[in-house]
Design a protein. Structure first.
Length: 480
């Protein structure tokens, strides 16, 4: 989604939103649980500041995090211990991930796997990092390797299956999970994985059945509770989603206390629902709670930053978006809105870098052309560009926006006004340039020679042969 800032008397920026989040970490020791990724669904508003409803991501509130704890509560097989140099590297990788340094986390987890080929936790966590870095093939391989070492390692099973579904390989994901259900009939996590896959496929009825099946296997399996709410949200049953979230976060009274009041994904989903309902304050509260619990939740960062940009607060929005990109480097909307934030902060070069990255990554995202047009039109100067070049670029980007933007009945659009402004500015620059050239080419008339001033007449000399000396002024005359 996109945000607009004032241009003269009008606002102008775009704010869209898209989600692309990997699944979750409700593997209780290290984060919380989740499952697939939201599809890219930009919700473009008209150029004037008229926010539209929040987009509905395919997998809201889900993103894996590093962790190595079992999920479903059933007894686990004997597992190899990670020790020595592998343990040291693994711990360093966990710290790097928590700090949002994915490059360092990847290096440390890789080192752990090289030091100990049985370090299944390191393979799983390496998969998480690679997924966030956009390396789907590498992530799948790492998840798969973790399950080859420990066949019943639920976090890796869940993550592998859901990433297959997110990558357009739903049939393969279903086949994989069916095989796991046969081998692990008591696993609530495997049933929950199937629920997520079915929800991604749009089969809400099957998703709800598998989530309930997971809860029958383990009534306290929180990821399945969140899956139920998430599927309702994804299917646009917002009231049912809120009811399910109430059970997770608030409970239904003294006899039914909250099942997991600190579940970050649940707070995130509730924040997204409140946003759709126009409840700005409650939505921001929920998003902040989600981030307090899990700073790695990119979707919470992007939506909260969107609110801040809409209110003209790029100072707080920019760090949120910078953090989002540390945890998911290729998040298009985070780059788009960070470009807006940098523009508002007067960081023209940085704004241009972010927006041009978006234009290359997703040329169909028409909002980026609007934002680039605004940047080149309003910046006092653009590094590496002459003023005339900047205004030409502004006109070009705004024309692209007009061409790509879908027509919306009744929507206000100030693009033509901005193009007119840009053309007027171009005309003024051209006139100034022409005037400067004319002045430079005009024949230069040498200035007339100055006439020297007349020298003062010299004082008269005393008469020749006079025997009388001059009398000083004010002196008494001599007596005769």
């Amino acid at each position: 989604m996109s945000v607009r800032t004032r241009i003269g008397a009008r606002a102008a920026i775009s704010l869209c939103s898209r989600a692309a989040f990997a699944a979750a970490s409700l593997w209780l020791a290290a984060c919380g649980s989740q499952a697939a990724a939201p599809a890219k669904t930009p919700s473009g508003e008209a150029p004037p500041p008229q926010p539209t409803a929040a987009p509905t991501p395919a997998t809201p509130g889900q993103q894996f995090s590093v962790s190595d704890a079992p999920t479903s509560g059933e007894a686990v097989s004997a597992r190899p211990r990670i020790e020595g140099a592998a343990a040291t590297a693994y711990a360093a990788g966990m710290t790097a991930f928590q700090n949002g340094d994915l490059a360092a986390a990847k290096a440390q987890f890789t080192q752990a796997t090289q030091s100990d080929s049985k370090a299944y936790q390191a393979f799983y966590s390496l998969g998480v990092v690679k997924e966030r870095l956009g390396d789907t093939t590498g992530a799948l391989a790492a998840y798969r390797q973790a399950t080859l070492i420990v066949s019943d390692y639920e976090p890796a099973i869940f993550s592998y299956a859901v990433l297959l579904a997110r990558s357009g390989r739903s049939d393969e994901a279903v086949e994989y999970v069916n095989g796991r259900l046969g081998a692990m009939p008591k696993s609530a996590a495997v049933s929950a994985a199937m629920a997520e896959i079915k929800s991604i496929q749009g089969d809400s009825g099957a998703a709800q059945r598998y989530a309930q099946e997971a809860l029958k296997k383990n009534p306290d399996f929180r990821p399945a509770m969140v899956t139920i709410a998430r599927d309702h949200y994804r299917s646009r049953r917002l009231d049912l989603a809120l009811y399910a979230l109430k059970g997770v976060l608030d409970g239904y009274g003294p006899e039914n206390p909250p099942r997991d009041k600190n579940n970050a994904e649940a707070h995130l989903i509730r924040g997204l629902i409140y946003k759709e309902q126009g409840l700005r304050g409650p939505s921001m509260d929920e998003l902040r709670k989600a981030l307090d619990l899990r700073p790695d939740l990119v979707e919470a960062r992007v939506h909260l930053a969107t609110y801040l940009l809409e209110s003209g607060n790029p100072v707080e929005a920019a760090p949120l978006l910078e953090g989002a990109l540390r945890y998911q480097i290729d998040h298009v909307i985070a780059h788009l809105n960070l470009g807006d934030a940098y523009r508002l902060l007067g960081k023209v070069a940085e704004s241009r870098r972010e927006l041009e990255w978006v234009a290359v990554k997703d040329p169909s995202l028409y909002q980026v052309h609007y934002d680039l047009g605004v940047l080149f039109l309003t910046a006092d100067s653009v590094p590496g560009m002459a003023p005339a070049q900047a205004v030409d670029r502004a006109i070009d980007e705004l024309e692209k926006f007009k061409k790509l933007k879908p027509r919306q009945a009744g929507a206000n659009d100030d693009t033509d006004e901005l193009i007119t402004r840009a053309k007027t500015k171009k005309g003024l620059l051209q006139a100034k340039d022409d005037e400067a050239k004319a002045a430079a080419q005009a024949p230069q008339t040498p200035p007339a020679a100055a006439t020297p001033a007349a020298a003062p007449a010299p004082a008269a000399a005393p008469a020749t042969g006079s025997m009388q000396s001059a009398t000083p002024a004010g002196a008494p005359a001599p007596k005769k």
